[in-house]
Design a protein around this ligand. Structure first.
Ligand code: ADP
Ligand code: MG
Length: 244
């Protein structure tokens, strides 16, 4: 089953075209690393998946739902329930505890009873290694811990696909591994994932596929082993020689 499909998707901000003719399909359970230089359009592509950025032409479908450039707010709300996203900044609600952050979406959006939401949140926070910190507030947690709460919070909505936009870029080096470890476990559990990352070793290890982007286009679409061993394009080679 295909979870995310882009067909000839383009995106402009005003006169500036940022994505050009993007086409790819992501089957269920696939882990895709999106890499490329700054400004290539990686974040915009991810944000088109959940329509935080609306595309200007082409077709996108997510979990079987077709999204046109002109679809309505109601369709976007439905779409976003299927897509979890984790950003560079953790964006936790500062006035809610770790477990409160994880319970909030299921209770308010999915109308889950509090007890059920709590049980699920406890299980998710255990999965990300935070059972000892359920009642702490974001301000009392390290960056790595906050990011793991953010991952648990996204998972609580039971998404069909998870998007990660440089989820470890704002972290102190010693906290990067704990977050990558959680992402790796999630990949192993069969979650469909699109990951924008500068962690090349990580992309190589956990990804099933690499999309290499330059100037708003997908320039290479390869298995990690072959991309990292020998990129097919000169731009790919130049990028890797700087990034590795
Ligand atoms: P990446 O994540 O690969 O660094 P982005 O998707 O953030 O790239 O940006 C791609 C291009 O789109 C950049 O040139 C950026 O300046 C431009 N861009 C991104 N968001 C906006 C916006 N809201 N308005 C105008 N231009 C934008
Ligand atoms: Mg970006």
């Amino acid at each position: 089953m295909t979870v995310v499909s882009f067909k000839n998707v383009s995106k402009s901000f005003g006169a500036r075209q940022v994505l050009t003719d993007i086409t790819f399909d992501v089957p269920q359970g696939q882990v895709v690393s999106l890499i490329g230089p700054s400004g290539a359009g990686k974040s915009t592509l991810l944000r088109c998946v959940n329509q935080l950025d609306r595309h200007t032409s082409g077709n996108i479908s997510v979990a079987g739902q077709q999204i046109s450039p002109s679809c309505r707010q109601r369709d976007l709300m439905r779409l976003r329930r299927h897509v979890g996203m984790v950003f560079q900044s953790f964006n936790l609600w500062p006035h809610l505890s770790a477990i409160g952050n994880v319970m909030e979406g299921p209770m308010t959006v999915l109308r889950r009873p509090r007890g059920q939401a709590r049980e699920q949140a406890e299980a998710l926070l255990e999965q990300v290694g935070l059972s000892a910190h359920l009642d702490k507030y974001p301000g009392q947690l390290s960056g790595g811990q906050q990011q793991r709460v953010a991952i648990a919070r996204a998972l609580a909505m039971e998404p069909e696909v998870m998007l990660f936009d440089e989820a470890t870029s704002a972290l102190d080096p010693e906290m990067v591994q704990e977050v990558l470890g959680v992402m790796e476990k999630l990949a192993g559990s069969g979650m469909t994932m699109l990951i924008v990352t500068h962690e090349m070793a990580f992309a190589r290890r956990i990804g099933h596929r690499v999309l290499f982007m330059v100037d708003g286009q997908i320039v290479e679409d390869e298995e990690p082993a072959s991309f990292f061993a020998s990129p097919a394009t000169e731009r790919g080679r130049a990028f890797l020689s700087r990034a590795l």
